[in-house]
Design a protein around this ligand. Structure first.
Ligand code: ADP
Ligand code: MG
Length: 286
């Protein structure tokens, strides 16, 4: 049974004239890192807010952890973890105090604040007021808070946004560790590199609609063209050419280069997830 099962999900904001998201259908299995990818305004945060019950009044059916979303009460928040795109901490409290405060809201077992700070790379920063934290530190504190109750299912909205390379790597490693521990992660991001590296499957979201879902590798195979690029010297002049990987054994121009030129480099070119996105949606991530 999937951990998240969404069918025909459609939602219109009270202030909106047209739906912010339209007819979304997808399933997420236990232990999966599921990436939700799309440009700004696509409806990613709206979808996450619906799935964590911050927004109500959708059309379609959603079942999470074996129950219809509408039937979950307050106990839902004992089972899931959520980190928001806009961190909402108490700025006058320290990082540790924030975690201790939110920790008390749970009925079940919770993790130690120090352990969580360590997990997100904030060890040693727990006694500083959050007002003094950088944007990236606040984001990481959000991720720590989402893990207080050691949830089965974790929603993360742009958890690597605004992080420096070291902080970003720390969070990516943490997400992988969560998967290894059997947790399920719903990862919202507009960072294709993060998604391609981490996610078992990704869903593209564009203008509220979801044209495609699949594993990064499968999407690249189906929608990306694979080529081989050669840099060479021929009769004393440098050159570079690309050839399609398919039919390479019978490609006369390629074989002639192999025979006559001095090859400097020879690389296969994989489609990136960004290439696939561009090809499928006809637009970039902006
Ligand atoms: P994303 O997270 O992919 O950047 P959002 O889910 O935040 O996108 O927004 C999707 C669409 O819904 C956008 O057109 C946005 O302007 C609109 N929207 C978001 N929040 C509200 C709101 N509270 N009221 C009305 N429209 C909203
Ligand atoms: Mg968003």
């Amino acid at each position: 049974m999937p951990v998240v099962d969404v069918s025909g999900l459609t939602f219109t904001y009270a202030a909106g004239t047209s739906p912010a998201i339209r007819n979304l259908s997808f399933q997420i299995d236990r232990g999966e890192i599921f990436g939700f990818l799309g440009p700004n305004g696509a409806g990613k945060s709206t979808t996450q807010k619906l799935l964590v019950r911050l927004l109500r009044g959708y059309e379609g059916t959603v079942s999470v952890l074996g129950h219809d979303l509408a039937e979950w009460g307050a106990k839902y928040y004992e089972e899931i973890g959520v980190s928001f795109e806009q961190p909402n901490h108490y700025l006058r409290l320290t990082g540790s105090e924030n975690l201790s405060y939110f920790r008390r809201l749970y009925l079940g077992r919770t993790r130690q604040p120090d352990e969580l700070l360590e997990m997100v790379g904030l060890a040693g920063e727990g006694d500083r007021r959050v007002a003094q934290y950088s944007k990236g530190m606040k984001t990481r504190l959000s991720v720590a808070r989402a893990l207080l109750n050691d949830p089965q299912l974790i929603f993360m909205d742009e958890p690597t946004a605004g992080l420096d390379p070291v902080g970003g790597r720390r969070i990516r490693t943490l997400i992988r560790e969560l998967k290894e521990a059997g947790r399920t992660v719903f990862l919202t991001t507009h960072d294709m590199t993060v998604a391609g590296e981490l996610c078992d499957r990704v869903a593209f979201l564009v203008a509220g609609e979801m044209p495609i879902v699949g594993s990064p590798a499968a999407l690249k195979l189906v929608h990306g063209s694979r080529t081989v690029a050669i840099e060479y010297h021929l009769h004393g002049s440098p050159g570079r050419r690309e050839f399609p990987l398919d039919g390479l054994h019978a490609n006369a121009a390629f074989l002639a280069l192999l025979r006559d030129a001095t090859i400097n480099t020879l690389h296969t070119q994989e489609a990136t997830l960004e290439d696939v996105f561009l090809r499928v949606t006809g637009r970039g991530l902006g």
